[in-house]
Design a protein around this ligand. Structure first.
Ligand code: GRF
Length: 207
C-alpha cells in the first residue's frame, strides 16, 4: 500500500485519541485520512469532535451485552468501513471486544491503543493497576488486535515515569500525552507499509 490510506476509528467515550489521529490526518504530509468514526453510544464525546472536524460518523447498535458486540453489528460495521474505503481500523477507547466479520475482513489491519506497557496491566483501569502495583515506569502500547484482550503483536510503546505523588489522574494524563504521539506514529508506519508481523513480533522496516 502506498500513498494515502483510509482509516476507520472506533470509540466509546471522550475521543482524545480520535482527535489526535484526525488532526494528524489533516496534515498534508500525513499518509492517511479518517474516513469514518463509529461509536457504540450516542453520548460518546468523539461524536462531537467528528462533527467539529467534518468527519462522517455513525452510532452503531452493538447490542446490550457489556463489552461484546453482536455478529450483526460486526458485519454491518465491516461493510460500512469497506464501503468508505477503510484500509485500517483504529480502536481508540472502544469498550467492546471485536469478533465476527470485522475481525475476519480486517485481519492484521486492526490496531488498538492501551494505556500501559503490555503485557503488564491488561484490561480496564490500567493506570490504576500500574499505580497499585508500584511500578516506576508505565506508558502506552499500540498493538495489532488479535482474539485476546490486549494480547496482539506490539507495534510501538512509549514510556513515562511514575512519581511517588502520582494520582490515577496525573499518571493518566502523562500517559495520554504519549498516546497522542504513539498512535499517529503507528498509523504512519502502517500506511508506509513498514510494519511486518512475524509471529509475536512486529518488525519495522528501515527503522
Ligand atoms: C485511552 O487511555 C486509551 O489508551 C484507552 O482508552 C482511553 C481512550 O481515551 N484504550 P480517549 O477516548 O481516546 O480520550
Amino acid at each position: 500500500m502506498t500513498g494515502s490510506i483510509g482509516i476507520g476509528v472506533m470509540a466509546s467515550g471522550r475521543g482524545s485519541n480520535f482527535r489526535s489521529l484526525a488532526e494528524h490526518c489533516a496534515l498534508e504530509s500525513f499518509p492517511a485520512e479518517v474516513k469514518l468514526l463509529v461509536v457504540d453510544n450516542d453520548e460518546a464525546g468523539a461524536l462531537k469532535i467528528a462533527e467539529d472536524l467534518n468527519i462522517p460518523s455513525v452510532v452503531a447498535d452493538c447490542g446490550n451485552k457489556r463489552g461484546s458486540m453482536t455478529a450483526e453489528s460486526s458485519e454491518r460495521i465491516s461493510a460500512l468501513f469497506n464501503d468508505e474505503g477503510v484500509d485500517l481500523v483504529c480502536l481508540a477507547g472502544f469498550m467492546r471486544i471485536l469478533k465476527g466479520s470485522l475481525m475476519e475482513d480486517y485481519s492484521g489491519r486492526i490496531m488498538n491503543i492501551h494505556p500501559a506497557l503490555l503485557p503488564s496491566f491488561k484490561g480496564l483501569n490500567a493506570q490504576k493497576q500500574a499505580l497499585e502495583y508500584g511500578v516506576r515506569f508505565s506508558g502506552c502500547t499500540v498493538h495489532f488486535v488479535d482474539k485476546g484482550i490486549d494480547t496482539g503483536p506490539i507495534i510501538l510503546q512509549k514510556v513515562v515515569p511514575v512519581y511517588q505523588d502520582d494520582s490515577e489522574d496525573s499518571l493518566s494524563s502523562r500517559i495520554l500525552a504519549e498516546e497522542h504521539r504513539a498512535y499517529p506514529e503507528a498509523v504512519r508506519l502502517f500506511a508506509q507499509s513498514r510494519l511486518k508481523i512475524s509471529g509475536r513480533r512486529v518488525l519495522i522496516e528501515n527503522e
